[in-house]
Design a protein around this ligand. Structure first.
Ligand SMILES: Nc1ncnc2c1ncn2[C@@H]1O[C@H](COP(=O)(O)OP(=O)(O)O)[C@@H](O)[C@H]1O
Ligand SMILES: [Mg+2]
Length: 339
């Protein structure tokens, strides 16, 4: 059975959240490339209307249209879509009611704003609805209401969503309850139920991006608890921008405690032929101890992240920043860690 034909338990919707600035967009894009490697077709969806994906891949702003954006090794392909609630509403009205023109009139009169006011979850369900429709879509299927034409291959092997930040993710993914409460019967209700069924299924997994700092780590721990309470599946914790470590275990402890004393450094530097090594030795000792202290704070944070009992992956801090090339490097790191 090829990856394309798998059903049921395989995760096919990867939702990427995390505190703002920790690298959600970067990690989502790398994850999409990693999943596409080996010949898959993956859709990368952005839902916040920031054109972060286009910036990252160095392309023009993305329209509301699924477009190839990058090739992955082994004949894989990543497509991208910048989703917004208004376009999703128009598409939705057309799919369900053949109402595109009416839809344009409605949006001119602020239908999206109206819908959002009476049901705050409406905007979100339009966006999650778009992503889950792509998850369910089959090859050769006419895109009518996301209905399956039968048992054909999936159109996308996986969908990766660059999702809202940790503080809003549980609400974002759980809006259907709200919408379902508003419309107890009819197509909106059915749509909401269907979206929620995909989000709650084993096909959906929510990944948390963090850096090794107090606040983002705490948000990760809290966010995971919220996602679990909402009955959704938590995937991996992806620690991004990890600084290289210069010392390991015992040496690190020594340095952090300040017992790798300046004297020893001085002797070393003198042996290396330095004239007056005092200054240098002191500066070095200070730097080493700062590094060691940060490293030990980081290992405490790692331990706390291990407490959530989900796989943890790490991505290095890339000195030159992240462009299209670097995304492939990060994707490879994810694959090496058993994505
Ligand atoms: N592993 C990394 N190494 C170096 N820079 C990174 C890394 N990951 C992200 N960045 C940079 O950090 C900034 C924030 O990343 P971004 O993916 O836009 O975060 P978010 O989507 O969470 O706001 C960007 O400038 C990005 O290039
Ligand atoms: Mg972003």
């Amino acid at each position: 059975m090829s990856a394309r034909d798998r059903h049921g338990d395989t995760v096919r919707l990867h939702v990427v959240t995390g505190k703002g600035g920790t690298g959600k967009t970067t990690v989502a894009a790398s994850l999409a490339l990693a999943l596409a490697a080996g010949g898959g077709t993956v859709l990368l969806v952005e839902v916040e209307g920031r054109q972060g994906i286009a910036r990252l891949f160095g392309t023009r702003p993305l329209p509301y249209e699924e477009r190839p954006i990058a090739d992955a090794p082994g004949g894989g392909r990543v497509c991208a879509l910048a989703a917004d609630a208004e376009s999703a509403l128009l598409e939705y009205l057309e799919m369900f009611y053949g109402m595109r023109r009416a839809g344009h009139v409605l949006t001119r009169f602020g239908a999206v704003d109206f819908a959002t006011t009476i049901a705050p979850g409406m905007r979100d369900v339009l966006l999650t609805g778009k992503a889950t429709e792509a998850v369910r879509r089959r090859v050769g299927e006419r895109r009518r209401g996301g209905r399956n034409a039968g048992g054909g291959r999936y159109f996308y092997d996986a969908v990766v969503m660059d999702a809202p930040p940790t503080g809003r993710i549980a609400q974002f993914l759980n809006v259907n309850a709200e919408v379902a409460g508003l419309a107890r019967v009819g197509p909106v209700h059915n749509h909401a139920d269907k979206v929620m069924a995909t989000l709650r299924s084993a096909q959906t997994s929510v990944h948390f991006v963090t850096v090794l700092e107090e606040m983002p780590a705490q948000e990760t721990v809290d966010g995971i608890a919220e996602i679990r309470t909402a009955g959704l599946n938590v995937g991996s914790v992806i620690v991004n921008m990890v600084h290289p470590g210069f010392f390991d275990g015992p040496v690190l402890r020594e340095v952090a405690e300040g017992s790798a004393e300046t004297d020893a450094l001085m002797r070393g530097l003198k042996a290396a032929g330095l004239e007056s090594p005092e200054e240098t030795a002191r500066a070095l000792a200070e730097e080493m101890s700062a590094h060691a202290q940060r490293a030990s704070a980081e290992s405490e944070i790692r331990a706390r992240l291990d407490g959530v009992d989900r796989p943890r992956m790490e991505l290095p801090l890339l000195g030159e920043g992240v462009g299209p090339e670097e995304l492939h490097v990060l994707a490879e790191h994810l694959r090496e860690q058993g994505l």
